[in-house]
Design a protein. Structure first.
Length: 231
């Protein structure tokens, strides 16, 4: 029940603020959630989410709407976002099953997927058809790890470096920047600069997204080391 409703909830949140204005994706998600609860004869269904405390004030507005539409209640467990990765990995060891949903930034995903504490969502996404149109490529590829869909991003915050085209020597600056960044990725200094063990992205612009741990290269099918940020 929890796994299915997790995806259905994500489908609804993908469409906010349009979700409750006869949006087809939201309608499909709500109808499927109701049908699942009914088919399993569930009484007082509830989902528990480990929520970044950044959203502790705004998230209850969404959960109230979800409960009103589907009858599924939410228990919110707020936690500082810097502490969530450790909590996720703790769950991988304890296997308590306390949490149905983890709310965190995509950098937690590779380790969580490797520890099998989260599941791939490809089959459910194929069935319920979430709408990813309008989402920037730089955000969409962060939903995937090892070619599988593991997260659905519902926050548009994104780091973007911009260089004006009319700036003198702009093309040369970009070329040097890309070269330096690839070198830092190869020797692990880029990971250490960001304070991250895992860096993931599409360095070649070919749509292939893989990760790299500090000290251990991860290559794509063409043998090219990747980084999180599109170059």
């Amino acid at each position: 029940m929890q796994r299915l409703l997790l995806v259905l909830l994500a489908l609804v949140f993908w469409t906010i603020p349009r979700a409750f204005a006869q949006d087809s994706v939201a309608d499909r998600a709500v109808a499927a959630a109701k049908e699942y609860v009914k088919s399993k004869n569930l009484k007082d269904p509830k989902l528990t989410i480990l929520l970044s405390s950044l959203y502790n004030n705004s998230f209850p507005d969404f959960t109230k709407k979800w409960e009103a539409l589907t009858g599924v209640k939410f228990e919110i467990v707020p936690l500082g976002y810097t502490d969530i990765p450790a909590k996720v990995m703790q769950e991988a060891v304890s296997k308590s099953g306390v949490y149905d949903i983890f709310n965190d930034f995509p950098y937690t995903m590779p380790d969580a997927a490797g520890a099998k504490v989260i599941i791939a969502l490809d089959d459910l996404a194929k069935k319920y058809q979430p709408d990813f149109s309008g989402i920037a490529d730089g955000l969409k590829f962060q939903q995937y790890y090892d070619g599988k869909l593991y997260v659905m991003i519902n926050d548009g915050d994104h780091l973007l470096f911009v260089l004006r085209k009319d700036l003198k020597d702009a093309a040369t600056i970009i070329k040097r920047f890309n070269s330096e960044l690839r070198g830092m990725l190869a020797d692990g200094s880029y990971n250490r600069l960001l304070g991250l063990n895992w860096v993931q992205g599409d360095a070649e612009g070919d749509g292939r997204v893989v990760g790299r741990r500090d000290g251990a290269h991860a290559m794509d099918a063409r043998g090219v080391a990747q980084c999180r940020h599109r170059l």
